[in-house]
Write a protein that binds this ligand. Structure first.
Ligand SMILES: Nc1ncnc2c1ncn2[C@@H]1O[C@H](COP(=O)(O)OP(=O)(O)OP(=O)(O)O)[C@@H](O)[C@H]1O
Ligand SMILES: [Mg+2]
Length: 243
């Protein structure tokens, strides 16, 4: 579903942020991306739905080449859901209207269809009762579940998550992870930047470890947690697991 092949990216002439990154995510696969701050995790997943350009290599999503100038990027982005650390809901729109907007503007869905889909997804993430509220009236965990529902309303072929729980209070983390675990178990293709190793153990097929712009490790979950090959990944893992 997602093929990343020899991607190099520079933010400036003197700063190469991604170095020869290659990996694939098969349909229905869940891949967790971890690594130290500044290693390029966010940059890599932003390249997948063309929120960031890159200078060398290729990325293909469901057969569409992201770095082909002829590719319809808004269309591609509408098919790849993205959930960020900060939920990025529209503050002036009610929850249900947050869910309807892109369905109608981008997919051209009729209002009754987008409302029905929106309500169905709010129910799925346990927030049907909050439909008429504004984002600021919801907790962080609830807002993040709305953001996930909003992405799902577009019938995405894959979902990208960038540290979706790292801005949340501990008691809200699990309510968001539960929604993500369900999604993974239903067969959604997912690329998830997270340091929630419990989530990785539960549903990841593979774990990618990045350091200084490189994919240092790309291993089946059990191999990664069993014993990472590289020293850098071992050190990183022992640090985060000791907390
Ligand atoms: N728009 C930008 N312009 C220039 N440099 C950037 C830009 N965005 C990120 N960087 C730099 O690129 C490097 C990788 O950033 P990135 O956000 O991808 O890392 P990350 O692994 O997601 O880190 P974190 O765990 O802190 O989120 C960092 O050194 C960062 O300062
Ligand atoms: Mg990041």
């Amino acid at each position: 579903m997602i093929e990343i092949s020899h991607v190099d990216k520079w933010y400036s002439a003197s700063f190469q942020v991604l170095k020869d990154c290659t990996t694939n995510v098969a349909k229905g696969e869940v891949v967790v991306v971890c690594g130290p701050s500044g290693s390029g995790k966010s940059t890599l997943i932003k390249c997948v739905n063309a929120l960031e350009p890159f200078q060398k290599g290729d990325i293909t999503v469901d057969g569409t080449k992201v770095n082909d100038p002829k590719t319809d990027l808004p269309k591609l982005r509408s098919r790849v859901g993205m959930v960020f650390q900060h939920f990025e809901l529209f503050p002036h729109l009610k929850i249900i209207d947050n869910l309807c907007l892109a369905q109608e503007k981008v997919l051209g869905r009729a209002h009754d269809k987008s409302m029905a889909k929106g309500m169905q997804l709010l129910e799925r993430v346990g927030l049907k009762e909050q439909a008429q509220k504004f984002p600021a009236q919801l907790s962080g965990g609830q807002q993040q579940r709305v953001a996930i529902a909003r992405a799902l309303a577009m019938d995405p072929i894959a979902m990208l998550f960038d540290e979706p729980t790292s801005a949340l209070d501990p008691e809200m983390i699990s309510e968001v992870l539960d929604v993500m675990v369900d999604l993974a178990r239903e067969g959604m293709t997912m690329m998830v930047v997270t340091h929630e190793m419990g989530f990785a153990r539960k549903v990841a097929n593979r774990v990618i470890f990045m350091d200084r712009g490189e994919i240092v490790e790309d291993a089946p979950k059990d191999d990664f947690f069993g014993k990472p090959r590289s020293d850098r990944a071992q050190k990183f893992l022992s640090k985060i697991l000791s907390h």
